[in-house]
Structures are given as structure tokens and as C-alpha cells.
Design a binder for this molecule. Sequence first.
Ligand code: C5P
Length: 395
Amino acid sequence: MLTGKHILLVVSGSVAAYKALELVRLLRRDGAAVTAILTAAGARFVTREALAAITGARVHDDLWAAEAEIGHIRLARLPDLVVVAPASADLLAKMALGLADDLASTVLLATRAPVLVAPAMNPAMWEHPATRANLASLAARGVHVVGPGEGPMAEPESGPGRLAEPPEIHATIAALLAPAARPLAGRHALVTSGPTHEPIDPVRYIANRSSGRQGHAIAAALAALGARVTLVSGPVAIPDPPGVTVRRVESAREMLAACEAALPADIAVMAAAVADWRVAREAAQKLKKEAGAPAPTLAMALNPDILATLSAHARRPALVVGFAAETERVVEHAVAKRARKGCDWIVANDVSGGVMGGAANRVHLITEAGVEDWPEMPKEEVAARLARRIAEHLR
Ligand code: C5P
């Protein structure tokens, strides 16, 4: 319920602006008061009269008129949440830069309330590096993002950039403003992250390119929703997430032992890039390069599969989520992996472009219900969205 909550809705220029009316209806039906700001471009797609009628309040669309009536600072201070829906590429760029040349951008710069943006634009604009960078810097500043989805657009074109549907935006708003925005309170989540190091001898090891960023972001996002989180991390160069218990390990076998020691758990998210093989016999002393001697051949042994082990465990967590980094036929391999490993969900990501270790991820979520294609987004946003989905699932 949003009773007593005040939402300031900024409607910017997009064909999808008509959906803002439906969003207002959902929010008011849920008890929220909604005040709207309409940008000049937004007014090309939806009328101020329609917005006024549906919000039941006057619509603000002019910086200088607003100044005379209540002032942009007061307007910025009123709401519990500012929602920008639809958020155009232009308005997101202004927000990222801190520009303030109209009422919407000025209020967005002046507000201390949390901000949620629901981007809507053409797929090429969404995928442009400028928009990617703007979204990343907004997300890093704590701006919440919902959507966009994929699907048919106004142009005869399809792809990411479609405004999230009003019920999804409404649900995100409700989650952000819920008195208990800690739906995972009382739950224990086990998360693995980072690579493993498989020793060859006391000074050498075999590793992979995992940075741990996605797994660490998931641990942080689950903790933010109130879960008690145990993060079992391989060697990484990034800081520990706040509010999380971190167990540091090196090899896959150590990672499995740390995971089993952390049970029972309600949720397991296995985001670590666990080495499939280890060197069968770790040398007790450093291998020496002898003049004229051939290079050593390393015999390998299979590592335990932590995900499969936890999925079949006597103390199996209620929800087990695995990852699949694939370079080809991503979804097909991930669907097969879900069945093979016995986990509930798989987050599949395409690492064919050598994107492992990068800031963003483009993933598919494979659940019992099917396959969801998520647009590329910062790893923090993938984590927040996954954490919300986990909370919904366990509710
Ligand atoms: O089999 P593959 O390595 O592609 O599977 C990836 C998923 O399995 C990830 O969730 C990863 O954390 C997990 N995994 C594991 N133990 C292994 C290998 C992978 O838990 N030995």
C-alpha cells in the first residue's frame, strides 16, 4: 500500500508517455498522491489536461510559473520518491550531467528524495555508448532503474528500449517505498563470487578472468533487501560489500567446504567462476626449470561441482541459482545446464565479446517458467533485479 506516500512523476518526451496515465491510475488506486511535471517534449505526447485530470492535481510544466506558485525547491522536497517515466535519452543525459535548464531537470537536481527512472527510447539510442555511460553514472549515484524491456516499438523496429509496463513500474515503486523494504529479512543467502586459484606448486596457480563484480553486487543487493549474507569469495581485487560476512578461499575445494560450512541457507547464488579442473598433484616445492629438460606436463583432475553438490544436498537451500557464462548458443546451453546441475534458476550471460570482468552484463534468466531476456545493464542493476526476483519468489 502506498497510502500517505507522495510521488512526483516526471513525464518526458517519448511515444510511451501515454503509459504514464495508466501508471498514475495504478499509483492512486494504491493510495499514493501523485504530482506531475510535464517536460516540453513530454507535452508533445500527452496533454497537461489529461495528466491533471488523472492525477487530480495541477500539472507543473514551467520553471518560472512553478517558481511563482511554490518554487522548484519546495516541489523537489515534497515527494517521498521522484519517478521519471518515461525517461528519455535526453533527460537521462541531463540528469547525468547535472544540467538544470527546465523545471524537470532543475527539480531532479534539487531533490534529495530517491529517484527511479524508467527509460524509453529507440534501441539504437539505448545502446549508444553515451546512454550506457549516463545510465552507469546514474546507477552509481544510487538512481534506481526499471526496465526497459524488449519488444515492438513505435517504429517498425524491435529491441531493448521499450518502457517498462506500468504494473512493473508500480511494483518497483511499491518495493522502494514499502515500510518494510526488507523482504528478505530473516533469510540467509549464500553467494559465491570471483575465480578460484588452483595451485600448481607453492608459487604458481591456474586461474580465470572473473573479477567478482557480479557476485559481490549480488551479495550487496541481497543484503540491501534484508538478507543475512555469507559471501564465499575467491581471490578478487575489489572491496568487500557492506553488511556481508565474507569467507575468503582460493581453490574450488576450499570454496565447496566454505559453502557447506555456511549451510543451512534459504538462498544460494553461485556466481563464482569455479575452475573445472585442478592440477592433480600439487608440487610441494617450486617446480624447477632445468637446462635442457622438457616443459612439465600437468595432469589435471576434476574439481567438485559446487552448484550441483548444493543442488543435491541434504540441506539444499530452497532456491538455488547458478550462472552460465557462455560464448555461443547461450540460452540453449544454459537451459541444459539448469537440468544437469539440478538448480532452480540459471543466469546466463554471453561472454563471447570478451566482456568478462566488465561493468555491464547482458543476461537471460532461465527459471521453471521459461526464459527472460534482460537488456544490457550495469552489474549492480542485474544484481538488484535478481535480488528483487528472489524476494518475490520466496514471498
Ligand atoms: O559448468 P559451468 O562452470 O559452466 O557452470 C557454471 C555454474 O556452475 C556457475 O554457477 C558456477 O558457480 C557453478 N560451478 C560450480 N562448481 C564448479 C563449476 C561451476 O559451482 N566446479
